[in-house]
Design a protein around this ligand. Structure first.
Ligand SMILES: Cc1cc2nc3c(=O)[nH]c(=O)nc-3n(C[C@H](O)[C@H](O)[C@H](O)COP(=O)(O)O)c2cc1C
Length: 152
């Protein structure tokens, strides 16, 4: 399935996704990955550097969901798909890793696996403030002020 333009823009601008997987015992596991890339309009991927539980879970059960949120507009996207593990040393890994090197430089050397996710489902996420009539400009102004307070 195709990612809508807003999803592509959001993931490209804010490549930090929270990846939800499930253990063999059925326990949920969520952890952040900041190395997401949009490979094409139907595929996203992240670099696995030190995510042992996520890898174990995906080996047993490749279904995952990942959420991306723009912390300023308070809009996001949730993406579901079945992960494919592309291991370092394979031709496919060699063909893809340059894209991580271009953005993350030496960090790319630490990527063990590229976790590729052909998109099965995409849903937008909005903060409830939009239900009450807030605009994007309102949200950006509010959170710019909050972040400036936190990190002046
Ligand atoms: C902001 C942020 C970004 C991160 N990005 C990545 C990443 O892209 N790849 C990775 O393997 N680990 C990344 N991590 C580290 C993992 O989330 C962390 O090692 C976590 O404990 C792995 O848990 P898991 O084994 O349940 O996936 C990141 C952590 C943070 C806080």
């Amino acid at each position: 399935m195709k990612l809508p333009a807003f999803g592509i823009d959001l993931i490209t601008t804010f490549p930090l996704g929270f990846v939800a997987t499930v253990t063999a015992g059925g326990r949920p596991n969520v952890s952040p990955k900041g190395t997401f890339l949009v490979l094409d309009d139907q595929t996203i991927a992240f670099g696995e550097i030190r995510s042992p539980q996520t890898v174990t879970n995906l080996t047993n059960q490749p279904e995952l969901e990942v959420n991306f949120v723009d912390q300023w507009t308070r809009k996001g996207v949730r993406v579901r798909g079945k992960a494919q593990m592309i291991r370092r040393g394979t031709a496919e890994f060699g063909g893809l890793i340059e894209q991580w090197e271009d953005i993350w430089g030496d960090l790319a050397d630490r990527i063990n696996l590229i976790v590729k996710i052909p998109v099965d489902q995409v849903k937008p996420i909005l903060t409830p403030s939009y239900d009450d009539g807030a605009t994007e400009e309102d949200m950006i102004a509010t959170f710019k002020a909050k972040f400036a307070e936190t990190y002046p």
